[in-house]
Write a protein that binds this ligand. Structure first.
Ligand code: HEM
Length: 206
């Protein structure tokens, strides 16, 4: 990948490490969680050293993801506050998906879609953490009714989150030049001008 000294800084190293701790733990949790969910996915437990190890490790990785997520959540929350232009962006997003982004309102560091995803992921993460604690029977989970309700909620919210993260990853790949923002920390000026013009003006003063 060619990097230009004129590229714009989007994430510092600590933000990127924080994000990838969340991303990697999410993948590990999804794979081990699916192995408990349905017999078709059961062989996935072999990635973790068998079913017993998968069952032991899953909640500890969950704690790592929850802590890392809430750190990133508090770091980025102000940047994700919704403004009028973000609602307008959402209203017009179907035009952009159909290939015409000429009428899209200028966006700051994040667009309306990214911001909505941020808040919904925050809610899901809260749901996963609370329900996860309820069903962690090695240390908690003393009330069987709460364990049962927690197990249903945990699986339902996990299904929503897996869908949302697929959208997140797809969008990052679809908008060319985005993944390198989380990889190297920088984006090209052309990318910023095209997708986040208000942020481009703010960081370049142009
Ligand atoms: C595992 C594959 C993942 C990939 C390839 C990926 C990729 C990316 C990329 C490229 C960005 C930068 C977007 C931009 O600057 O415009 C980003 C931002 C972000 N990602 Fe991920 N991500 C992944 C997983 C996750 C997971 C599992 C979560 C949380 C559950 C997450 C939460 C976030 C958040 C909060 C941001 C900042 C956006 C905002 O604050 O609105 N990511 N991701």
């Amino acid at each position: 990948m060619i990097r230009d000294p004129k590229d714009l800084k989007r994430y510092n190293a600590s933000e990127r490490v924080n994000h990838w701790i969340v991303g990697i733990s999410f993948i590990l949790l999804a794979l081990s969680g699916l192995s408990f969910f349905h017999p078709a996915f059961f062989p996935l437990n072999q990635l973790f050293g068998g079913p017993v190890w998968a069952r032991i490790l899953h909640p500890f990785v969950g704690v790592v993801m929850a802590v890392a997520f809430f750190i990133i959540f508090f770091r980025f929350r102000k940047l994700n506050v919704m403004h009028a232009s973000d609602w307008e962006w959402l209203k017009r997003s179907h035009e952009m998906v159909n290939g015409d982004d000429h009428n899209m309102p200028e966006q700051g560091k994040y667009n309306g879609g990214q911001k909505m995803l941020f808040w919904v992921l925050g809610l899901c993460m809260l749901g996963m953490t609370v329900s996860g604690i309820l069903i962690w029977r090695a240390y908690f989970g003393f009330d069987i009714t709460l364990v049962r309700l927690g197990a249903v909620a945990h699986a339902a919210v996990a299904a929503v989150m897996i869908g949302l993260i697929m959208v997140h990853v797809y969008a990052a790949i679809w908008v060319k030049g985005t993944v390198r923002a989380m990889w190297y920390g920088t984006v090209t000026r052309a990318w910023a001008k095209q997708h986040h013009r208000a942020w481009y003006r703010q960081v370049t003063g142009k």
